[in-house]
Design a protein around this ligand. Structure first.
Ligand SMILES: *Cc1c(COP(=O)(O)O)cnc(C)c1O
Length: 229
């Protein structure tokens, strides 16, 4: 793997090429650099190469890096599984949360969002393939969860996130992303003002952009293979 600056340039050109190939507005797909398990120095290098948004999965690790990087103007996204006892720190330290899948967590995040901060940006995680062991709300339960989210004063419901079951061929990769896009379209028709589809990772970002992704979450293709935790 090359250095993060070169890898970032490669990813940006993959995003631009996919935007063009699928008639998406240039610049409409936001790049979230997933820095879980990577040291603060790697984030600093990516920052120097122009990257501002970073995604983290593990709260304690994220808080340590955030403290080390307090001199930088970064946007922090929490994308990992959320235990109820972690919501306070997430509400205090992050700009976005992509992985909310139950009402109890929504309520706690809203209650615990500090008054001096803007509302917390939230994406609801959908278990799009209805996998028994995976996090995420099932499609059938999504409208009620979205309704709960918009009724909470300190949250701003932005959209939907998913991590599909792995598929190797590009046509198959597009199916779950198309399904998530349809769920978002249905919610928008019901009056929810959603602007975000958080979908696509290192191996399937083109398929996600083809189906309307507005934010791709890229780890390995920027930072290389993750060290074991
Ligand atoms: C780790 C992770 C990613 C990044 O995956 P890569 O395959 O390394 O690009 C994206 N989204 C979530 C939720 C993750 O946990």
């Amino acid at each position: 793997m090359s250095d993060p600056a070169t890898a970032l340039a490669t990813i940006r050109s993959r995003i631009n090429a996919a935007e063009q190939a699928y008639s998406r507005t240039p610049g409409s797909v936001h790049l979230l650099a997933v820095s879980k398990t990577q040291p603060a120095t790697a984030i600093r290098t990516a920052y120097a190469a122009g990257q501002r948004s970073f995604g983290e999965n593990y709260l304690q690790e994220a808080l340590e890096k955030k403290a080390e990087l307090a001199d930088l103007d970064l946007e922090w996204h929490f994308i990992g599984p959320i235990q109820s006892n972690k919501t306070k720190a997430i509400a205090e330290h992050f700009d976005w949360v992509h992985s909310v899948d139950r009402v109890r967590v929504l309520k706690r995040l809203s209650d615990q969002r500090p008054d001096e901060l803007p509302p917390l940006n939230v994406c609801l995680q959908v278990n799009i393939d209805a996998e028994p062991t995976k996090s995420g709300v099932l499609a059938a339960d999504l409208p009620a969860l979205a309704q709960a989210a918009v009724e909470l004063p300190r949250l701003r419901l932005r959209g939907l996130m998913t991590i599909p079951a792995p598929r190797s061929d590009p046509a198959a990769q597009r199916q779950p992303f198309a399904a998530l896009r349809r769920l978002k379209d249905e919610l928008c028709q019901q009056g929810f003002a959603l602007d975000t589809l958080s979908m696509g990772m290192s191996d399937d970002l083109e398929a996600a952009i083809a189906e309307g992704s507005t934010l791709v979450r890229i780890g390995t293709a920027i930072f290389g293979a993750r060290p074991a935790r």
